[in-house]
Design a protein around this ligand. Structure first.
Ligand code: FAD
Length: 338
């Protein structure tokens, strides 16, 4: 049975692999990181785990709601936050928008670990080139390893990273990747000995450098850890401060939070402070179209950049690409490698 290579074990790559497996096709995943998950990422700190990428997700689409309901039944996912609060002046108030939001339990990366179960994954393997030999695809890593032959290749890396891989094979795909700009995001985290005297679980400050502040310990399954904040900067602030050190970015974002809270609620000195820089955090203007790309030679692209830039969009994009790849008949170019 021909195997299908999937570059990137973020949510899109994982959903693609599972859609292919459900249809009896063999897959091999590659990711440059230590494990699966991509931007659905959590960081293990002394006595706490903080989610540093996506904080929660929505379920607007029926097909995503169906898988979500299974995850909820098994306790893998639970609603959070009770409400998103918005800052108005120095006061914060819940914003009732009627949109249910969810997070994975006991950390966001639990969802990607679950989806990766039973899948073949080469972690710590950065793919730097694709080669086509007859009708088969071969992958080359940055350490010179060669993997293949594969009947098809699905790329779940963000478009700016996917572009270099497809450029030698399909000018149109490369151009489409180049049109999707991804904004960066500085994500700071801070642990405190005492709880913050605030009522919100998740806050959208609405002005200044901060786009979002989440209290990790208020998420389901994290109640034993003390006050632990994730602070996300706005795309503009992140872009303007891309060259900062993680320490400087974290300090600036914590100062920004102190500046918008009433004096009585200002955080004490944290016992641990750090930051992670996401270079390709969110697509600024995602591509229009079916939510993925697939050439007749079995070269596919999926991920949130090809839809609307959220967790559920990444899942749908990978799922739809997996289904489209599986529908290619054995007589088609990708079926003829073995
Ligand atoms: P990724 O998760 O980026 O996966 C791509 C994978 O490809 C990565 O694992 C990477 O290591 C790998 N890769 C790249 N290049 C190579 C290569 N050459 N070789 C091998 N592997 C490679 N969404 C929401 O719905 N709600 C939120 O609240 C939310 N908040 C967010 C906050 C932040 C700070 C960030 C960064 C994102 C947020 N998102 C949110 C967006 C959400 O995280 C993404 O939409 C989703 O996780 C994207 O999944 P993906 O599989 O498309 O891409």
């Amino acid at each position: 049975m021909p195997s299908i290579a999937i570059i990137g074990a973020g949510l899109a790559g994982l959903a693609c692999a599972r859609a292919l497996q459900e249809r009896g096709l063999d897959t091999t995943l590659f990711d440059k990181a230590r494990g699966p998950g991509g931007r659905l990422s959590s960081r293990r700190l002394p006595e706490a785990i903080v989610d540093i990428g996506a904080q929660y997700f929505t379920a607007r689409h029926a097909d995503f709601r169906r898988v979500l309901s299974g995850w909820q039944d098994s306790g893998l996912v639970a609603p959070w936050p009770e409400a998103l609060w918005a800052q108005e002046g120095q006061d914060a108030a819940p914003r009732e928008d009627g949109i249910p939001r969810y997070c994975a339990v006991p950390r966001m990366s639990a969802l990607s670990r679950h989806l990766a179960e039973g899948l073949r994954l080469h972690a710590r393997t950065r793919i730097q080139a694709l080669h086509r030999d007859g009708q088969a695809w071969w992958l080359e890593s940055d350490s010179g390893e060669r993997f293949g032959p594969f009947a098809a290749v699905a790329i779940g890396a963000p478009p700016p990273q996917a572009q270099a891989l497809v450029a030698a094979h399909d000018a149109e795909l490369a151009r489409a990747c180049g049109e999707i700009e991804q904004a960066p995001c500085w994500a700071a985290y801070a642990l405190f000995d005492a709880p913050l005297p605030v009522a919100w679980q998740a806050l959208r400050p609405g002005r200044g450098p901060l786009a979002f502040v989440g209290r990790n310990h208020t998420k389901p399954g994290r109640d034993r850890q003390g006050e632990s904040l994730t602070l996300h900067a706005t795309p503009t602030w992140s872009r303007d401060h891309l060259a900062l050190s993680p320490e400087a970015a974290a300090t600036a974002l914590l100062d920004a939070l102190a500046a918008i809270l009433p004096a009585s609620a200002r955080p004490d000195t944290p016992r641990l402070l750090g930051a992670h820089r996401w270079r390709y955090a969110r697509p600024i203007c995602p591509a229009e179209g079916p939510g993925f790309r697939l050439t007749r030679h079995g070269l596919g692209l999926c991920g949130d950049g090809w839809t609307e830039g959220r967790v559920e969009d990444a899942w749908r994009s990978g799922h739809l690409l997996g289904r489209a790849l599986a529908e290619l008949t054995p007589a088609s170019p990708i079926g003829g490698t073995q």
